[in-house]
Design a protein around this ligand. Structure first.
Ligand SMILES: Cc1ncc(COP(=O)(O)O)c(C=O)c1O
Length: 385
């Protein structure tokens, strides 16, 4: 039953989110939202400008050449905004290099948009293969757009976006190169010039640790300018959103004011932590603690060492009759530990994220809870090889 304090059955327990999103954020980031700002408020307008500039700088590029266009909504909104805005209306042809659920989602978006596209699929447990991409581009260079996911969060595979970007610019120099860096931006240093990206997409509630509410594209200005008038959507038109922001400093429609206030605070906390380098160190340490602890319990990782990063880790279900993921998940959740189901099609896995407001001590507590839950379920540890 919903209580007067807005909780269900009075339950207001702090939960740690070891998920691909939504992610946990600091108390101070949540507290930053405890005031109202109007969309035309000069404080808000300055803050939006500051946030956009900061994001371009975090992408390692110059404000002369790149711009950041935030868009209301979750990460998929920015992905769809980039696709609908940047695929030419007449001869548009998108090459989609996919090795997991988020790559496939771009295909779903292309379907809805009714654009010409080809999906080239790679195994979910390995990286997009450079040699195959080179062959593909040598055989056909009629693409107007090439898209790839940086960290395929469904498995944890990190794709070689720089190498693919080089090939795109060598074989199809006029094509726009689109990188979905949703779960990696802010955690893995990325320079958009170096990876040759025309468009990079991420969202507020990923590694920059803001709250959900908006996503953003960081775009090469000369590329974005070429796309004027191509969008099949009014709300997701990145050029119109950009022009609006440049002209008035305002969003076109109701802005995510509270999410922006939280993000502003989250950026301050990122800088305090030592920027992307500092954050990546914490996430890597989270991962190291998790990896060691899970290995000691005998859990097996889905990916081999060559292409996994430190964003999220997929583990095979233990090969034991008593293991039931739903029960495992529910018992962990009742201890305040939220993990996530797997998202690969060919193996039974669950996922544990290292990102968001998580620290090595949180990973240690999670490991303790996993041990307890295994004990409660009658699963003997360490698991047999
Ligand atoms: C790589 C990637 N792309 C796209 C998305 C979709 O973002 P959202 O669920 O916020 O719409 C996610 C979500 O985790 C993701 O990890």
């Amino acid at each position: 039953m919903m209580e007067t304090n807005g909780t269900l059955n009075g339950e207001m327990k702090e939960k740690k989110l070891f998920t691909p999103g939504p992610l946990g954020v600091s108390l101070s980031t949540k507290q930053a939202m405890l005031r109202d700002l109007g969309s035309r408020d000069t404080e808000f307008i300055h803050m939006v400008k500051y946030i956009r500039e900061q994001l371009v700088q975090l992408a390692g590029v110059s404000l002369d050449d790149y711009t950041c266009v935030p868009i209301q909504g979750s990460g998929s909104f920015a992905v769809e905004a980039v696709l609908t805005t940047s695929i030419p209306c007449n001869n548009g042809k998108l090459l989609l290099l996919e090795n997991g659920a988020y790559g496939k989602r771009m295909g779903q978006i292309a379907d809805v948009l009714g654009v010409d596209y080809k999906v080239v699929s790679f195994p979910e447990t390995s990286q997009v293969c450079i040699e195959m991409v080179q062959k593909l581009l040598q055989e056909d260079n009629s693409w107007t757009n090439v898209a790839i996911v940086h960290c395929e969060t469904s498995s944890g595979v990190i794709n070689p976006v720089e190498e693919v970007g080089k090939l795109v610019k060598e074989y199809v120099p006029d094509a726009f190169y689109i990188v979905d860096a949703m779960s990696s931006f802010g955690a893995i240093p990325l320079n958009l010039d170096t990876i040759h990206a025309d468009f990079m997409v991420s969202s507020a509630n990923k590694c920059l640790e803001g709250v959900p509410g908006f996503s953003y594209a960081i775009a090469k200005k000369t590329s974005l300018q070429k796309c004027k008038g191509w969008s099949r959507s009014l709300c997701l038109d990145l050029v119109a959103q950009w022009e609006g922001l440049e002209k008035t400093g305002q969003f076109r429609f109701t802005p995510p004011t509270h999410a922006m206030l939280a993000f502003n605070q989250a950026l301050m906390e990122l800088h305090k932590e030592g920027g992307i380098t500092g954050r990546s160190k914490r996430y890597q340490e989270n991962r190291r603690v998790l990896q060691e602890g899970m290995k000691a319990m005998g859990f097996k990782e889905l990916l081999d060492d060559s292409h996994k990063g430190y964003i999220i880790t997929s583990y095979y279900y233990p090969d034991q009759e008593k293991f039931d993921f739903k029960e495992f998940y529910t018992k962990l959740q009742s201890k305040g530990q939220v993990i996530y189901p797997g998202k690969v099609t060919k193996a039974n896995c669950f996922r544990i994220g290292n990102i968001g407001h998580l620290f090595p001590e949180d990973m240690r507590l999670l490991l303790t809870c996993i041990r307890e839950v295994c004990y409660e379920m009658g699963i003997t540890l360490p698991l047999e090889k």
